[in-house]
Design a protein around this ligand. Structure first.
Ligand code: ADP
Ligand code: ADP
Ligand code: MG
Length: 659
C-alpha cells in the first residue's frame, strides 16, 4: 500500500473562527499554516495564530476573501501544498477547485464535479432521486414559466415553499399558504435569487408542516469509502438560519437513524464524494420520527459551522480527517468503529441586536471572557472563536463572536452545561444575542426535546425578553461607574469624607440612574431612590444585604456592565456633561479620565460658586477644566499640580450642605 505523506504546509482561505479552528488542528499535526487577510483583518486572531500570513486586499470580500487568483498565488509563493477553504467564501466554488488543481496544489475538500453536482438545489434533487434518496416532493425541472409553476404548486398542494435554486443561508425562500399569493411570492424569490446569487431560477417544494431539520455528517476518502458520523438536529432556527444545534437528535429511533445514514451515504457515493460533507434532510416532526418521514433538501459540500457537536459525540477531529483524506490516506475508521458518546450542543454567539429585530451589530469587544474551556474535543466546554478582547466586529463580515460548544453524558446534563457556559460568557462593548441564547436554554419545549423549525418564531416574545436590572444590579453598576468595584473599603480620601457620598450617574437604555455611594466600615452603602443596599466584596463575588451574589462588574470605555445571569449594560455619561447638567451638582470632583493635574485654583475653606474653574486636568494632550459642581465651601483638596491621577480619582470635596 502506498502511504502518501501528509502536507508540510497548508494555506487557509478563510478568516475568523473557522480559520483558527483549522490552524489548531494543523499545528497539532505538525503542519505549518499560512493565513490570508484583508486590510480589516491585519491584526486578527487567525493572522496571529498562523505561522505566516499574506495580505490579499481591501476589506470588501469581493476584493479579498473571494479573490481566488490572489489566494492561490499566495499559496504558491509561500510553498503551501494545499488549501483549506473553511466554510462560506470560496468553499463551494468549483472554479476555485479547478484553479487550485491547475496550479498543482490540493484542494482540501471534494472534487469540482461533486461540488457542481450539489451546487444547484434543483439539479441536486434530480440526481438524488435517481440515486434512490427520498427528496421533498415538488417541481425541480427547468421551466420557469409563472403560469406553469402556479399549476405545479396546485398539484403539489399548499402550503408550498419556493426556493431559489442557487440559494443558501436562508436567502431566496418564500412560504406560500394561499394560491392567490403564489405569483407575487415567486417574483420575490426570483428577485432575491438574482440579487444574491445571480440566478433567478426557482424550484417549488411541498412545505412540510412541523418540520425538523436533521442532517447527516458524511466523510469520503479517495479510495471510495464513505461513512456517516450520525445526525445533528438543527431545528432551532430563526428565519431558516441555525441558532442552536445538537447531536444526536432528540427521540431518534435506531431504524430512522440507520435509514437516514444510509440515504446520506448513498447520496455521497452517487457523486464520488471525498472529504467532509453534510446531507440536509427535512423531517416530518408532527409525530414520532419514521423511516419514511424524511426527505433530502440539499448537500453542503464542506465542513459545516456546527461540525463540533458531531466531533464531541464521536471523539474525532474532522479537520484531521479532512487533511488525511485530502493527502490520499484512507479514512482511519469504518462505520462499525463508530458509536455515539453522550450529547452535545452548540450555540452561535453573534454580535446582533435582538430587540431591534436581530440586526447585525458592530463594535469593539471591550470585554470578552469565556468559561474555562478545552480548545478542542473532549471536555465539557469548548469555545471556537476568531476574536479576542479588544478586537472589533466590523461591518464587512459575518458578525459571529464565538461558538459555545458543550458535551455531557445526557441531553439534560449537556443543556444545563450550555446554560452555565453562556452565563460565564461575558461580552461588553458590542450588543450580542447571548440573553436570547440563554432564554432558549430555559425554553420548556426545547428542554423536553420538542424541537421544530417554528419554535423560535412561535415563542419569539418570551425568548426575547428585555431583562430589567433590579436595584441591587444597579447598585453594583454604580460601584463600577465610580471605579470602586475592585476596591475594598475603607478607602483613603474617601473615608475622610464619610458621610460624604459620591454620586454615580448612569443610564440604562433611556433611563437615568443616579446613585449615592458611601462607605460604612468595610462595606459600601448605595442609595438609589428609595432603595438602600449594603455591599461587600467577597472572594467569589459580592455580598448584598447579607445574600451572596455571583455577579461580575466590568468597566468599559463607554460604561459599565454587570453580568448576573443576564448581561446588563449601562452607559456612564461623560462626568463633565453630567456636572454641567445636574442641578444639585454633588459634593465632589473626580477625575473623569486618567490625566495630569496642571493647575489647582482652590484651597480648603474657599467659598466657591457653581461653575468656578477649580482644577485643570490634561489628558490626551487636551486640557479639561473641572468646575465647582455647586455653590459651597471647599472641604479639602486631594490633589496637587503635577499629580498623575487615574480615572475616578477623588480630587476635591465640598463641605456637606446643612440641610
Ligand atoms: P450552515 O448550515 O453551515 O450554517 P450556511 O449556508 O448557513 O450553512 O452558511 C455557513 C456560514 O458560511 C455562514 O454562517 C456564513 O458565515 C458563511 N457564508 C455563507 N455564505 C457565504 C458567502 N456567500 N460569503 C461568505 N460567507 C458565507
Ligand atoms: P439553505 O441553502 O438556505 O440552507 P435549505 O434548502 O437548506 O436552504 O433550507 C433552509 C431551511 O428552510 C431548512 O433548514 C428548513 O428549516 C426550511 N425548509 C427548507 N425546505 C423546507 C420544506 N420543504 N418544508 C419546510 N421547511 C423547509
Ligand atoms: Mg441548508
Amino acid at each position: 500500500m502506498v502511504r502518501i505523506t501528509m502536507f508540510d504546509k497548508i494555506l487557509i482561505a478563510n478568516r475568523g473562527e473557522i480559520a483558527c479552528r483549522v490552524i489548531t488542528t494543523a499545528r497539532r499535526l505538525g503542519i505549518k499554516t499560512v493565513a490570508v487577510y484583508s486590510d480589516a483583518d491585519a491584526n486578527a486572531k487567525h493572522v496571529a495564530m498562523a505561522d505566516e500570513a499574506v495580505h490579499i486586499g481591501p476589506p470588501e470580500v469581493g476584493e479579498s476573501y473571494l479573490k481566488a487568483d490572489r489566494i492561490i498565488q499566495a499559496a504558491a509563493n509561500t510553498g503551501a501544498q494545499a488549501i483549506h477553504p473553511g466554510y462560506g467564501f470560496l468553499s463551494e466554488n468549483p472554479a476555485f477547485v479547478n484553479a487550485i488543481n491547475k496550479a498543482g496544489l490540493t484542494f482540501i475538500g471534494p472534487s469540482a464535479s461533486a461540488i457542481e453536482a450539489m451546487g444547484l438545489k434543483d439539479a441536486a434533487k434530480a440526481l438524488m432521486e435517481d440515486a434512490g434518496v427520498p427528496v421533498v416532493p415538488g417541481y425541480h425541472g427547468d421551466s420557469q414559466d409563472p403560469d406553469f409553476l402556479d399549476k405545479e404548486a396546485d398539484k403539489i398542494g399548499y402550503p408550498v415553499l419556493i426556493k431559489a435554486r442557487a440559494g443558501g443561508g436562508g436567502k431566496g425562500m418564500r412560504l406560500v399558504e394561499d394560491p392567490k399569493d403564489f405569483k407575487a411570492a415567486l417574483a420575490g424569490a426570483q428577485r432575491e435569487g438574482e440579487a444574491s446569487f445571480g440566478d433567478p431560477a426557482c424550484l417549488i417544494e411541498k412545505y412540510i408542516t412541523q418540520p425538523r431539520h436533521i442532517e447527516i455528517q458524511v466523510f469520503g476518502d479517495s479510495l471510495g469509502n464513505v461513512i456517516h458520523l450520525f445526525e445533528r438536529d438543527c431545528s432551532l432556527q430563526r428565519r431558516h438560519q441555525k441558532v442552536i444545534e445538537e447531536a444526536p437528535a432528540p427521540d431518534m429511533p435506531e431504524d430512522v437513524r440507520a435509514a437516514m445514514g444510509k440515504a446520506a451515504v448513498d447520496a455521497a457515493k452517487a457523486i464520488g464524494y471525498q472529504g467532509a460533507g453534510t446531507v440536509e434532510f427535512i423531517v416530518d416532526g408532527s409525530g414520532p420520527l419514521r423511516p419514511d418521514g424524511f426527505w433530502f433538501m440539499e448537500m453542503n459540500t464542506r465542513l459545516q459551522v456546527e461540525h463540533p457537536v458531531s466531533e464531541a459525540i464521536t471523539g474525532l477531529d474532522f479537520v484531521e480527517l479532512q487533511l488525511r483524506v485530502a493527502a490520499g490516506e484512507p479514512l482511519p475508521v469504518t462505520q462499525d468503529d463508530l458509536a455515539i458518546n453522550g450529547w452535545a450542543f452548540e450555540a452561535r454567539l453573534y454580535a446582533e441586536d435582538v430587540p431591534k429585530g436581530f440586526l447585525p451589530a458592530t463594535g469593539t469587544l471591550d470585554h470578552l471572557t469565556f468559561p474555562e474551556a478545552s480548545t478542542f474535543k473532549h471536555g465539557a466546554t469548548r469555545i471556537d472563536s476568531g476574536v479576542r478582547q479588544g478586537d472589533t466586529i466590523s461591518p464587512f463580515y459575518d458578525p459571529m463572536i464565538a461558538k459555545v460548544i458543550v458535551h455531557g453524558p445526557t441531553r439534560d446534563a449537556a443543556l444545563n452545561q450550555l446554560g452555565a457556559a453562556l452565563r460565564e460568557t461575558h461580552v461588553a462593548g458590542c450588543v450580542t444575542n447571548i440573553d436570547f441564547l440563554s432564554a432558549l436554554t430555559h425554553h420548556d419545549g426545547f428542554q423536553k426535546g420538542e424541537v421544530n423549525t417554528g419554535l423560535i418564531a412561535r415563542d419569539a416574545d418570551t425568548l426575547t425578553p428585555i431583562a430589567v436590572p433590579c436595584s441591587r444590579c444597579r447598585a453594583l453598576a454604580a460601584l463600577g461607574a465610580l471605579g470602586l468595584h475592585q476596591t475594598q473599603p475603607p478607602l483613603a480620601g474617601f473615608a475622610l469624607w464619610q458621610p460624604l457620598a459620591r454620586t454615580a450617574h448612569l443610564t440604562w437604555g433611556e433611563e437615568e440612574v443616579v446613585a449615592k455611594v458611601a462607605q460604612t466600615g468595610s462595606s459600601f452603602t448605595t442609595i438609589i431612590g428609595d432603595n438602600t443596599h449594603r455591599i461587600t466584596r467577597t472572594d467569589t463575588g459580592w455580598d448584598i444585604d447579607g445574600s451572596k451574589v455571583s455577579a461580575s462588574v466590568v468597566q468599559t470605555p463607554g460604561g459599565v456592565s454587570v453580568f448576573w445571569g443576564n448581561s446588563y449594560h449601562f452607559t456612564v455619561p461623560d462626568p463633565l456633561t453630567v456636572a454641567d447638567a445636574s442641578a444639585d451638582g454633588g459634593d465632589t470632583i473626580t477625575a473623569p479620565m486618567p490625566g495630569l493635574v496642571k493647575n489647582v485654583s482652590a484651597t480648603a475653606g474657599d467659598q466657591v460658586t457653581k461653575g468656578d474653574p477649580l482644577v485643570i486636568l490634561e489628558a490626551m494632550k487636551m486640557e479639561h477644566t473641572l468646575t465647582a459642581p455647586r455653590d459651597g465651601t471647599i472641604a479639602e483638596v486631594l490633589c496637587a499640580t503635577g499629580d498623575q491621577v487615574s480615572d475616578g480619582t477623588l480630587l476635591l470635596a465640598l463641605e456637606a450642605e446643612d440641610d
